[in-house]
Design a protein around this ligand. Structure first.
Ligand code: SF4
Length: 347
């Protein structure tokens, strides 16, 4: 469905508003957002913001989605943890989650009476798709009595099969709080290695038993990427996500969640940062901290980029079945326990 044609002056004003936010933001490795891009986006942002009010909807956008969504129409932007909290407390009648499927599923589990929509439909994630609930049960059966922790980037079934869920912002602290000397962690095998290394560094070692896969964006980085950044930009601070491989994380100045990276950059007096993460987070930093320079070996999540202004408008107006999120009641109740346990332990 195309948006209603807006009066030219209103569209121009909206385009100028967007350009004021996005002028410093990279669209690709070589291009910034232009006024022409913003003029093309403006009729959609106007229509989405109008229909959002009519339907008493709230839009949550993950930082890895495109900046026209993040700054044009989102009521809240952030990482999985921040957006899960917003979904849980939302009083809106409709929650539109611009992200990937497991995130929208988490919103539905935390606030089941709301209609939850995801513009990108069944957008996957190489981590969430790497393991099933049955596989977790089989792993637990092999290691009886060992507590099981899952990354939030997992399906509702996997969350339901675990004792507690974590995000990249609280994974190390919650792993440390779990009882015993062994811990099952799924489905990020690289993050599992990072947990083992961090707990050893903290003097509270545990054996981490892991299975699953990796993030197709963050597992591409290699130690050579860090070395090249340091050679090309002497004095650069290199920042990584804990979904990167441990041999990469070891070479970086800071390793943390998307929220942690934003705070690290904001509190630093340094000016040049190498970002081993997804383009969307670099975009947020370019928009919000324009006095700093960001360089990054290119990383883009094709799943997150399936969300667009066009399918957000269409989902709000006439959602297709695959854009409407539902979770089996028994699975949802079990998964909720593991997510609520995270909120309890994250304090
Ligand atoms: S960036 Fe990686 S972990 Fe995040 S949604 Fe994409 S594939 Fe999944």
């Amino acid at each position: 469905m195309l948006p209603t044609v807006e009066k030219d002056t209103v569209v121009l004003q909206e385009a100028q508003r967007l350009y004021g936010l996005l002028a410093n933001v990279s669209k690709t490795k070589a291009e910034k957002w232009t006024l022409a891009d913003c003029l093309a986006a403006a009729p959609y942002t106007l229509a989405i913001n109008r229909i959002k009010k009519e339907k008493k909807a709230v839009i949550l956008a993950h930082s890895y989605t495109t900046p026209d969504l993040v700054y044009g129409v989102a009521d809240f932007r952030g990482d999985s943890y921040e957006l899960a909290l917003k979904a849980r407390e939302s009083l809106a009648e409709v929650i539109v989650f611009a992200g990937v499927w497991f995130m929208a599923e988490t919103a539905k589990i935390l606030n089941p009476s709301k209609q939850v929509l995801i513009p990108a439909g069944k957008a996957g994630c190489t981590l969430a798709d790497s393991m099933t609930g049955l596989q977790v049960q089989a792993l637990r059966a092999k290691h009886p009595g060992v507590p099981a922790m899952c990354y939030i980037n997992s399906s509702a079934e996997v969350k339901a099969a675990c004792d507690v869920c974590v995000t990249s912002g609280n994974v190390f602290d919650i792993a440390q709080k779990m009882p015993g000397n062994e811990l099952i962690f799924v489905p990020d095998m690289l993050m599992a290695e990072n947990i083992e290394a961090e707990l050893k560094r903290r003097g509270t070692p545990k054996k981490i038993i892991s299975s699953g896969g990796s993030c197709c964006v963050h597992d591409k980085y290699r130690p050579a990427d860090v070395e090249q950044l340091r050679l090309k930009y002497p004095g650069i601070k290199v920042v990584a996500h804990p979904e990167c491989a441990p041999e990469v994380c070891r070479l970086c100045d800071y390793v943390g969640s998307t929220k942690g990276m934003v705070s690290y950059v904001a509190s630093s007096s340094d000016k040049v940062f190498g970002m081993l993460t997804e383009l969307g987070l670099v975009n947020r930093l370019e928009a919000e901290q324009p006095d700093k320079q960001f360089v990054w070996p290119f990383g883009m999540c094709s799943y997150m980029k399936k969300n667009s202004l066009i399918n957000t408008l269409q989902a709000l107006a006439e959602p297709r079945p695959e854009q409407q999120v539902s979770v089996d009641g028994i699975i949802a109740a079990q998964a909720k326990k593991s997510i609520e346990k995270m909120f309890e332990l994250a304090i």
